[in-house]
Design a protein around this ligand. Structure first.
Ligand SMILES: [Zn+2]
Length: 361
């Protein structure tokens, strides 16, 4: 290696086609105000889910388009070549954000030199009749089915069943926010992996975040990693999104509040990277620079493998966005087993019976 490690890594990423931002919310990017900085940025996550409604309510389709175009142009300037954004589609945003996003997707490649893909954000859940209606209206217009089981608290399984059945019938990939709170009380990644197998969606589902995995004991983590591998789950790490997890007195294994890429890669589980929120109520100081995100990830996990980090920044992102076929980055050491039962398109073999129940082999 003739270059310094960081220069070598950036060179490799450039050679491999440039950064892929596999998770963002461009429809709210660059909306934080100086007033927000005094008060609302300190609200707990669930309160912010409601507070963001004010911005959504006040945004016309044109506002949404201009905002997303600005955010995407900055992504392009910072070296991002492809980007997936979640888009709010609910009773507050109605279809304004989604229509603006579709227009932007149509011109992003030809006029801006960056590929844009859309996922439906389910901030209001999918289980109530009203939320379900908005979700179903969005589905034909998005590339990826997005999920947030925490928005349907107590009905998380039903939430995932709706996402996965919809994705299966429409042949789309699924990205689900799971285990965000850096807490050993959360087990959403495990549930997502089990549901992925049950619905025969192996190789088509990405877990966004998975932070709380690292708050569990090693025995549990290893069990869930094996399960994720059987589900051919991939992950999207958004390092700056949760590295600010608030101090508390809960005792857990020592770790940083970030997707445990060091352990996931060891298990052959692909990890991509995203910016998540950019300069909004959630993350006022994040600018969406993927080089910064990658450096936070590698430093917070002591993960210095340049080959793997290059894949995290490029190939695994394209896989998660559906821009590459599944078999290119399916876990390499897949469990050999029968594949009877639910149909799936992944090259990754999965152990499950006809009813889809998990069986670790
Ligand atoms: Zn997100």
């Amino acid at each position: 290696m003739t270059r310094a490690p960081l220069a070598e890594l950036l060179h490799r990423i450039h050679t491999a086609g440039g950064f892929v931002n596999a998770h963002s919310h461009l429809d709210r990017a660059w909306t934080v105000t100086t007033e927000d900085l005094k008060t609302r940025v300190y609200a707990p996550l669930r309160e912010k889910w409601e507070l963001i409604d004010a911005v959504k309510r006040a945004s016309s389709e044109e506002n949404y388009f201009n905002r997303m175009q600005y955010a995407l142009s900055l992504q392009q300037k910072m070296g991002t070549k492809a980007c997936l954004t979640f888009v709010d589609c609910d009773a507050v945003a109605e279809e304004r954000a989604l229509k603006a996003a579709q227009k932007l997707r149509d011109i992003s490649e030809s006029e801006m030199g960056i590929t844009l893909r859309l996922a439906v954000q389910t901030l209001k859940g999918v289980c109530t009749p009203e939320a379900r209606t908005w979700f179903e209206r969005a589905v034909p217009n998005v590339d990826v089915i997005g999920g947030l089981p925490g928005a349907d608290r107590g009905r998380e399984e039903e939430h995932l069943d709706i996402l996965l059945s919809t994705a299966k019938s429409t042949n789309k990939r699924v990205h689900v926010h799971v285990d965000q709170n850096n807490s050993p009380t959360e087990t959403e990644t495990e549930l997502l992996a089990k549901k992925t197998i049950q619905w025969g969606m192996e190789g088509k589902v990405s877990a966004v975040h998975g932070i709380s995995l690292a708050a569990h004991p090693m025995e549990y983590r290893r069990k869930v990693y094996a399960l994720c591998k059987d589900a051919a789950l991939s992950f999207v790490a958004c390092p700056s999104a949760w590295i600010d997890a608030r101090r508390n007195e809960i005792l857990t294994p020592t770790h940083n509040a970030v997707t445990p890429i060091d352990e996931l890669v060891e298990f052959g589980i692909p990890v991509a990277i995203g910016s998540d929120n950019i300069a909004d109520l959630y993350k006022p100081f994040v600018d969406g620079n993927m080089e910064t995100e990658l450096r936070i990830l590698l430093e917070s996990t002591h993960f210095y493998n340049i080959d793997e980090l290059t894949k995290v920044a490029t190939l695994h992102g394209r896989f998660a966005l559906g821009l590459k076929s599944d078999n290119l980055v399916a876990p390499q050491n897949a469990t050999q087993s029968n594949t009877q039962g639910a149909a799936h398109n992944s090259s990754h073999s999965t152990a499950h019976d006809a009813q889809g129940s998990f069986r670790n082999v």
